[in-house]
Design a protein around this ligand. Structure first.
Ligand code: KG4
Ligand code: ZN
Length: 349
């Protein structure tokens, strides 16, 4: 997908990347200096619109991206105190995500590059999530073990260097964020469900013992856990019994998170590494953050800033910087790739 061509020579020693992110329901633009320092980070969220429908409506998401992408980008440049002539390259998410939503960002980034002569960089959204750690911990360097926990991905990966990751474990069905959203829906909580479950769980007790999400081959499965909660709620409804939603949320939250922490720790011990990090929206989960901070002494635990756990363009600009350093640029044939995988990630049977 990515091809290399000669970009114009570096104007200054600082590399400023304009990042653009439109993979789902956040329209975002950001300027990041040298991959680590956020100069601006504008996120225009459509959550209020999609909440009316109980989830993201792809067509509405695309239309909203089109309506605001230019203003969001202008604002990001303005807040960074720069113009396009100060920018070294434009980095854009080209997958994974909703195809129409991705297309808006990719087309916009191509147009900016066409008009300005700036080089274009194609960024894998999930690799971007990992880079939220470099923005939070400017001294962090690979190698380390990372737990990927988003709405579409769940994996334990070894981050070997800025350009190389190895997927060690992943989900065979639903992603953890998806399970949070579906369980929230059955409990009658509004979209997006993850933060709602997180909040409700803190008011409840772990009274239900749901089984582990780690399956026999060490990978994860969330469909069984999700179905167990749905059956519990439906059976109670049929019997006319009242369930304590906070207890259900707390029990689900523990089951959804504990297996991930155990798997991360097992892989860390196997590798002999002493640094772990988290990436993706579920990284904002308070129980997950608490569990990780309880890891053994001597382990450095990196938790991205809360505002960088969810979708944003600063993480895309940071990822773009490392592509920039390696001369990995895209040409104008770049297209949206809704099912883009992580390098080394194999589809499960
Ligand atoms: O990484 P992300 O922003 O988007 C994707 O790339 O998928 O992740 C979104 C997911 C949603 O499923 C959302 O419910 C979940 O992250 N999430 C949380 C929390 N905040 C967001 N899940 C559990 N606890 C949270 N505090
Ligand atoms: Zn994301």
């Amino acid at each position: 997908m990515q091809t290399v061509f000669n970009c114009k020579s570096d104007k200054k020693s600082d590399v400023l990347i304009l990042g653009i992110e439109t993979s789902c329901d956040e329209t975002a633009a950001s300027v990041v200096k040298n991959g680590r320092e956020i100069l601006s980070n504008v996120v225009w969220s459509q959550i209020d619109v999609h909440r009316l429908y109980g989830g993201v409506v792809p067509e509405i998401a695309s239309r909203n991206h089109i309506a605001v992408i230019d203003k969001v980008t202008e604002l990001a440049l303005q807040q960074a105190g720069v113009t396009l002539s100060d920018i070294s390259a434009v980095a854009v998410t080209y997958g994974a995500g909703l195809v129409g939503a991705l297309l808006v960002g990719v087309s916009f980034a191509k147009a900016v590059c066409q008009a300005s002569g700036l080089p274009l960089i194609a960024v894998n959204h999930i690799e971007g999530h990992i880079c939220a750690n470099y923005l939070t911990y400017p001294d962090l360097q690979p190698p380390y073990m990372c737990l990927l926990t988003s709405g579409g991905h769940t994996a334990v990966v070894r981050v070997d260097d800025y350009d190389g990751i190895c997927v060690l474990r992943s989900t065979v069905d639903d992603a953890v964020g998806e399970a949070f959203d579906k369980v929230a829906r059955v409990l009658g909580l509004p979209y997006p469900g993850g933060p709602q479950i997180d909040r409700l769980a803190s008011q409840g007790e772990r009274t239900y013992n749901f089984h582990s999400v780690v399956i026999s081959n060490g990978n994860f499965s969330y469909s069984g856990l999700k179905t167990a909660v749905i059956n519990l709620v439906h059976n109670a409804e049929q019997r006319g019994e009242a369930l304590n939603a906070a207890d259900v949320a707390a029990s689900f939250n523990v089951a959804a998170v504990d297996g991930l922490v155990t798997a991360l720790e097992q892989e860390r011990q196997k590798s002999g590494m002493n640094t772990v990090a988290v990436a993706g929206g579920v990284g904002a989960n308070s129980y997950l953050r608490k569990r990780l901070l309880q890891m053994n002494d001597g382990v450095r635990v990196c938790l991205p800033r809360l505002d960088l756990c969810g979708d944003n363009a600063a993480m895309i600009a940071s990822r773009g910087y490392f592509h920039y350093l390696k001369g990995q640029f895209a040409d104008f044939t770049l297209n949206a790739c809704p099912t883009l995988r992580l390098r080394g990630e194999k589809p499960h049977d």
